[in-house]
Design a protein around this ligand. Structure first.
Ligand code: RTP
Length: 155
């Protein structure tokens, strides 16, 4: 009842190239599915440099920015849009801290990574950025509006 009064959000989740290379795609998708969020879009995608730069435009001044762009464009990523009440913050919890050595065991980075520069996954950091990033990475006709038959608690 409480949840139904809260805002349904969307978040952009991306398995980064290292996650794809290491065969972690299924494991990562599985964690979001099992948690109970709703998948709205999914694709394996070679990110062009321009899109990587737009996605990470707020980090342009950082020393690691050029390496970050090289990393994200180094091979295909798996792009996803997930929907649910509180999905943005919850996904960040499932993902764990940016530095995988600081990430708690049980989180994706805590279980599966050791380097900040190879931290396997991205998740939007606010509901506004969730909308922005889903719009940036997906065309309108790549996003499915559907109702899961057996999960009424999603709303
Ligand atoms: P994310 O959105 O991916 O969870 O990352 P974040 O906000 O926690 O961290 P942010 O500072 O926005 O960094 C985005 C991504 O840049 C790479 N990074 N490398 N010192 C470094 O080498 C460094 N710092 C950040 C990571 O891939 C990070 O996820």
């Amino acid at each position: 009842l409480v949840a139904s009064m809260e805002q349904v959000e969307e978040t952009y989740i991306m398995v980064k190239p290292d996650g794809v290379q290491r065969g972690l795609v299924g494991e990562i998708i599985s964690r979001f599915e099992k948690k109970g969020f709703k998948l709205k879009a999914l694709k394996l995608f070679q990110c062009p440099k321009e899109l990587a730069e737009e996605h990470y435009k707020d980090l342009k001044a950082k020393s690691f920015y050029p390496k970050l762009i090289d990393y994200i464009t180094s091979g295909p990523v798996v792009s996803m849009a997930w929907e649910g009440v509180g999905v943005v913050a919850s996904a960040r919890k499932l993902i764990g801290s940016t530095d995988p050595l600081q990430a708690e065991p049980g989180t994706i980075r805590g279980d599966l990574a050791v380097q900040t520069g190879r931290n396997v996954i991205h998740g939007s950091d606010s509901p506004d950025n969730g909308k922005r990033e889903v719009g940036l990475w997906f065309k309108e006709d790549e996003i499915c509006q559907w109702t899961p038959a057996q999960a009424p608690w999603l709303r």
